[in-house]
Design a binder for this molecule. Structure first.
Ligand SMILES: Cc1cc2nc3c(=O)[nH]c(=O)nc-3n(C[C@H](O)[C@H](O)[C@H](O)COP(=O)(O)O)c2cc1C
Length: 241
């Protein structure tokens, strides 16, 4: 196995950090790795806002459902899809296409994954924060995000103060298909996976969490998923056509 694959296979989200700052040369290396990700049509439709002001960080933490690690991690970065700079350089650019939302989201997610993998390769840890989309209008005000920019996810980074086991993923045979979509999943494999996830949560929580994967997704998918999102996207100039 290569060192890069080993880092990726050892990934687990870190939600407890020491107080130690990340060294400036490590930060530069993580940023450079993030920017090295591929980019659709070379549009580079992303911006990252590093929240260094502690009062601003606290306010962002409140918007993110009071997740303490948003305030406590050495670093908190907000990854945004960004067509604002394109509109600056090309005022007559045709934007607002739904396709461009996908481009911005894909480019930015690739950057985020590069960033966390680079950090992990340096012995650091992190967790993505989708909760930056809980109150996106308010976050736009706090971070002065203009038209053409939307916050997609946050990333906490720091020195780990915990060492959780990697979370088991779906059996590869259910995820990787050949030639055609396989609509009927293998029930036995799913049952095995549910049992594996239950064991994982039991061990991780000292027996306090009794949950399978199918149980978890049923609970998640029973809730509305930020129903205000389409209006927000349109207000920021995305998904207009
Ligand atoms: C886009 C995105 C948003 C996420 N948002 C949150 C979040 O707001 N809070 C949190 O604690 N974890 C968040 N996570 C972490 C996931 O819960 C975690 O990746 C998943 O449970 C798998 O666990 P692992 O990363 O340890 O393998 C997010 C992950 C992604 C990719």
């Amino acid at each position: 196995m290569s060192a890069a694959i080993e880092v990726m296979r050892n990934h687990r989200s870190i939600r407890k950090f020491t107080d130690e700052a990340i060294a400036p040369e490590q930060l530069q290396a993580i940023m450079a790795a993030a920017q090295s990700a591929s980019s659709s049509s070379f549009l580079q439709a992303s911006s990252v806002i590093r929240i260094t002001d502690s009062e601003l960080r606290r306010q962002v933490m409140v918007l993110c459902g009071e997740q303490a690690y948003v305030a406590g991690a050495a670093e908190f970065w907000v990854f945004c899809a960004d067509f604002h700079r394109h509109l600056h350089w090309v005022p007559h650019a045709r934007t607002g296409f739904a396709e461009q939302l996908l481009i911005g989201a894909i480019d930015t997610a690739l950057m985020g994954q590069n960033a966390i993998t680079a950090a992990e390769s340096l012995g650091l840890g992190g967790v993505f924060i989708g909760a930056v989309r809980n109150q996106p209008h308010r976050l736009c005000e706090l971070l002065a995000l203009p038209q053409g920019v939307i916050p997609l996810f946050g990333l906490c980074l720091g020195h780990p103060a915990q060492d959780p086991e990697p979370k088991p993923r779906l059996p590869a045979a259910l995820v990787f298909m050949e030639n055609r979509y396989q609509a009927e999943p293998d029930e036995a494999k799913m049952a095995e996976y549910d049992a594996q996830v239950r064991r994982y949560y039991q061990t991780r929580t000292g027996g306090n969490k009794d949950m399978t994967w199918t149980g978890q997704i049923a609970a998640t998918l029973a809730r509305e998923a930020r129903p205000f999102m389409l209006d927000f996207l349109r207000q920021q100039g995305f998904c207009l056509r």
